[in-house]
Design a binder for this molecule. Structure first.
Ligand SMILES: [Zn+2]
Length: 432
């Protein structure tokens, strides 16, 4: 499932309103105290040797994953496997729609098996090596199978719509598909916290009522309704800390990992919540969906203009001669993966911008520079972060400002001390 999802993973993360406080899902715990300067500014701790190993091996893994996202679709095409799966699907399904559904199921199942070794290494072995994971093999594998099943259900709905549009409108399918993607993304954003997230973890109200009261009074000042803060039991899976905003309309909510509650001090936690409230109040979900629409439109147009060239060149070996043939699924995925690599700096630039504004919102709301800076130090320590990654990492992979930049910003940004106006002050219910 990883390969098909990879292409639009970042875009969908934005669109589905996964706006976590920290980048990446893989992190570990260390007993390193935050290194504070005597008074005032919080200094950026030097990364541990272990964190730097995690960073460097992560860069190698990123290259391997990026290459794999191109190699696997190419294997499906050049070995004729995709055409063979299409023939099996036609034999099983007989008619157009069931045959397409059968193709999706078989393609995703085969893809899952090919991905399994690399997924097992990076999702399970490596996380345990660095002391970041609490999952048993059974839990990890069960979660992988659940993700496959969710992918099959989504694929069985999406692929027929896509191929119907390609068949009916060979010249304009990219335009119609982009517009059709918007209600689909909104629907997925709405149901993900209700139907998909609970498959993996338990979500409930906050367990500490005193802390909840403080968070809700902060939310009230940020102009956000009460009762939208959830706690999730991520400690069964991971040692890392995080929080995020998710959902759309009636299902919009802030979700706090229980690991974050356990490992962060109260002022740090309130800053993290204020950052999430920033995403909520600044309507980053809707902005992300608008941005995704533009990126999807551009990507599908390029795919429309290039797919035919490849098909004419290789139709003999690939054993299909038009894009409307479902055997072209790996071609669409391969091209989408190429474009997502090329477009990554634009996507990352967009997400870094909204993350920076959420940090600014949190500082203006809490005016707790030290709490904010210490929260990022805690994220660095708990999640094995490198506070100052290289320029290529920043450009291609940093969905958030680097932790070093975020700590610096927390130390510096205090317009209220010099009487400058707040950027987001008029959003606060009770401006000071
Ligand atoms: Zn964020």
């Amino acid at each position: 499932m990883r390969t098909p999802v990879r292409a639009l993973a970042v875009l969908l993360a934005v669109a589905l309103a996964r706006t976590p406080i920290a980048a990446g899902q893989d992190v570990a715990a260390q007993d390193v105290a935050a290194q504070d300067g005597a008074a005032g500014a919080v200094s950026v701790p030097a990364p541990t040797e272990k964190a730097m190993r995690y960073y460097r091996s992560g860069c190698v893994l990123w290259l391997v994953n990026s290459a794999w996202g191109l190699v696997l679709p190419a294997l499906f095409l050049f070995t004729g496997l995709s055409a063979r799966v299409r023939n099996w699907a036609r034999a099983i399904g007989r008619w157009w729609l069931p045959a397409l559904g059968a193709y999706v199921v078989m393609f995703l199942a085969i893809n899952f098996l090919f991905d399994l070794p690399l997924d097992y290494y990076q999702g399970f072995l490596r996380q345990h090596d660095y002391g970041l994971s609490n999952q048993s093999f059974g839990t990890w594998f069960g979660d992988s199978v659940k993700r496959l099943l969710v992918g099959v259900i989504v694929g069985v709905v999406v692929v027929p719509v896509l191929y119907l549009l390609i068949t009916r409108s060979p010249k304009r399918w990219w335009l119609y598909t982009s517009f059709a993607a918007v209600p689909f993304i909104l629907f997925m954003a709405m149901v993900t916290p209700l139907w998909i997230d609970p498959l993996f973890n338990e979500f409930g109200p906050m367990k500490d009522p005193a802390l909840e009261t403080k968070i809700l009074s902060l939310a009230q000042r940020a102009g956000i309704d009460a009762g939208r803060v959830y706690e999730v039991n991520k400690s069964v899976d991971t040692e890392t800390v995080n929080a995020y905003v998710t959902g759309f309309l009636g299902t919009k909510r802030i979700v706090l990992w229980d690991t974050t509650i356990a490992k962060l001090g109260e002022d740090e936690l309130l800053f993290v919540m204020a950052h999430e409230m920033g995403h909520y109040a600044l309507r980053h979900v809707v902005k992300g969906i608008g941005f995704s629409f533009v990126m999807i439109l551009a990507a599908l147009y390029v795919i429309h203009r290039t797919a035919g060239i490849f098909i004419r060149r290789f139709k003999g070996r690939w054993r299909f001669d038009r894009l409307s043939d479902v055997a072209s699924v790996p071609l669409l995925i391969g091209l989408a993966n190429v474009l997502s690599l090329i477009g990554a700096p634009v996507v990352m630039g967009f997400t870094r911008h909204i993350e920076h504004e959420a940090d600014r919102f949190a500082l203006e709301l809490t005016r707790d520079n030290r709490g904010g800076a210490r929260a990022f130090v805690a994220l660095q320590v708990e999640n094995l972060g490198n506070p100052r990654p290289g320029p290529l990492y920043k450009l291609w992979r940093a969905s958030h400002p680097t932790l070093g930049d975020r700590i610096d910003f927390c130390n510096e940004y205090r317009p209220w001390e010099t009487g400058e106006p707040l950027i987001y002050g008029d959003l606060f219910v009770d401006p000071r």
